[in-house]
Design a protein around this ligand. Sequence first.
Ligand code: ZN
Length: 152
Amino acid sequence: MIEIAYKAQPLGRKDLRVIARQFRQILGIENVLYVNVLRILELVMPTIFEGFEYEIVGRHELPMKRHADTDVVNRSIRIREDVYEKACNGDGQSRMTIMHEIAHYLLIVVCGVKFARSFSDEPVKTYEDPEWQAKALAGEIMCDARLVVGVK
Ligand SMILES: [Zn+2]
């Protein structure tokens, strides 16, 4: 989550879907309906992305109301312990929180999507909003539209 307005290189839903499918392909989970987020975080990410780190932290270590965050400079993701525990128990929202941070990491660290503070008075366009991009990418990775009946 970012409070200050940031503007990223534009990426639309179609671009994000391509990135999500490539990621699923690299992981060998193209046809998997239930994505094992914790396995990706703990085993896959550190194996395929050199320098990737994650940390489970206490509630007081993250700003209030923040469940997780990504430090793109140090290439690490921090996850609040209660969110991690809930994800271990299969909680959908917590699994999505972790995938959201992985999505930030993939976009900025792996894909090299540039972003900068927005000083304009104009609201940041949806497809240039790093939060929207991470949310949409996480959704595409978690749920490939091709595998869902009735969705094209
Ligand atoms: Zn975010």
